[in-house]
Design a protein around this ligand. Structure first.
Ligand SMILES: [Zn+2]
Length: 144
């Protein structure tokens, strides 16, 4: 009988700024904000997790990226109120998606199972037709 590898001792869970789910950080990409010479804030991907500064975490999926953009989640997570240039991250996510599609022709998760996850969560909620897109408003009362 073997002991499992102690890799779960520090389970590195991070919250995706897009879908707000927690996941292992190896499944996600870190992004940091950089300020260029013009004083413009640019969000850049940091797949090696080496850049200094405050980072946010995101699934490398267009879905999560778009949701984060729509909810201005990057600015909130990175504590920047100024306008953020998200082009670099957008392109990075796009490329990551394409690379995954190219390299994974055996991916058969399209057929079933994709819907089950969300229906389970919805059953507890009131039957409002509003999908939980942005959790706006919850920001002010994040006392825990
Ligand atoms: Zn996500």
């Amino acid at each position: 009988m073997r002991h499992p590898q102690p890799r779960s001792a520090h389970t590195a869970l991070r919250t995706c700024v897009g879908c707000r789910r927690r996941d292992d950080r190896s499944m996600m990409v870190r992004v940091v904000v950089e300020r260029d010479a013009n004083g413009r804030y640019t969000v850049v991907p940091d797949p090696r997790r080496r850049l200094p500064g405050r980072g946010a975490w995101l699934h490398p999926r267009a879905e999560c990226f778009e949701r984060a953009v729509r909810c201005t989640a990057f600015g909130r997570a990175l504590r920047v109120t100024a306008q953020l240039d998200l082009d670099a991250v957008g392109r990075w996510v796009e490329r990551a998606e394409r690379a995954r599609q190219d390299s994974g022709p055996e991916d058969s998760t399209e057929q079933d199972g994709t819907e089950q996850d969300s229906t389970e969560q919805d059953s507890g909620r009131q039957a409002g037709a509003r999908p939980p897109v942005c959790e706006s408003g919850s920001d002010a009362m994040s006392t825990r």
